[in-house]
Design a protein around this ligand. Structure first.
Ligand code: PAF
Length: 283
């Protein structure tokens, strides 16, 4: 069954108030649409963990530092609603932009520290945009649990910290990255890749897995990262923005995988910016 699409905060609140009155728990899956298996796995986790599920679809202009990226972002609401029909979602919330950013909107939520590295410097204003819209979506949906993919690992930690710091009573749950059979992490941006670009993109995960294996064996990161960068460029990536090894909890930079860590890579292929990360656990 296709879930009802609600477009106003008033309609959403009527539902969530009723659910809470009945003692039901609410899970939210915030998205920007163009749903793929990764998002659907979050809807499924929400359905398993909560009585009611809301999927939000809002292409948030405040988190795009590049106007072209915002214009090109795929918008597929009808298909998204169809895809969600198999997951028992109760409501799809596609907010009116005026309910998110009313005239005169002047508040920004900014999380220090966790946003200083990786995506932060490469995408100025991005995490402020994410933290602001996600804070609003948490407060608007009044959800008890929120589901985010580990694909955007830094985002997951930023959102969790934001909710904790602001005492928003919601549990932020991270779910594993869903991959294509080639290993490529599912992403709405994959829709922008040509068949040739897809082949190149798939090599990112292969190169990362080899690097993670060497790191887990205790080797130093710096030289391995140089080799991995060369391998990515050789595979057809046009630019490697960063390859980082970081503590899985604090995101502090690590010279070797001395504690549970994550390996992060961001690179361009076929004009598309691709990001991925995988766990590295010391042997
Ligand atoms: O990951 C996303 O799709 C977005 O950053 C999010 C969390 C929906 C906020 O707009």
């Amino acid at each position: 069954m296709i879930a009802p699409i609600l477009r106003s905060l008033a309609e959403l609140r009527a539902k969530t108030n009723e659910w809470h009155r009945n003692g039901e728990t609410i899970g939210v899956v915030p998205t920007m649409g163009a749903l793929h298996e990764g998002h659907l796995s979050l809807a499924q986790a929400a359905k398993e963990g909560c009585d009611r599920v809301i999927v939000t679809i809002f292409v948030n202009p405040k988190q795009f530092n590049n106007p072209e990226d915002l214009t090109n972002y795929p918008r597929t609401e009808h298909e998204d609603a169809q895809k969600l029909s198999r997951y028992g979602v109760d409501v799809i919330y596609v907010p009116d932009p005026q309910d998110i950013y009313p005239d005169g909107f002047s508040t920004t939520v900014s999380v220090a520290g966790l946003t200083d590295m990786m995506e932060g410097p490469f995408r100025p204003g991005h995490f402020e945009g994410v933290a602001t819209v996600v804070a609003k979506l948490f407060l608007q949906t009044q959800a008890d649990r929120a589901y985010f993919g580990e694909k955007d690992y830094q985002q997951l930690l930023v959102v969790r910290r934001m909710a904790r710091d602001l005492n928003i009573p919601i549990e932020v749950i991270g779910c594993p990255t869903v991959r294509e059979p080639s290993g490529l992490a599912m992403s709405s941006r994959n829709l922008l890749l040509s068949p040739e670009g897809l082949k190149i993109a798939a090599l990112m995960n292969e190169i990362m897995r080899q690097l993670a294996k060497d790191l887990a064996a205790g080797k130093d990161f710096v030289t391995l990262a140089q080799d991995a960068k060369a391998a990515l460029l050789n595979a057809g990536f046009t630019e490697v923005e960063y390859i980082d090894l970081r503590c899985a909890e604090t995101l502090e930079s690590l010279p070797r995988a001395s504690k549970p860590a994550r390996l992060f890579v961001t690179a361009w292929a076929d004009g598309v910016r691709l990001i991925d990360n995988i766990p590295v656990n010391p042997a």
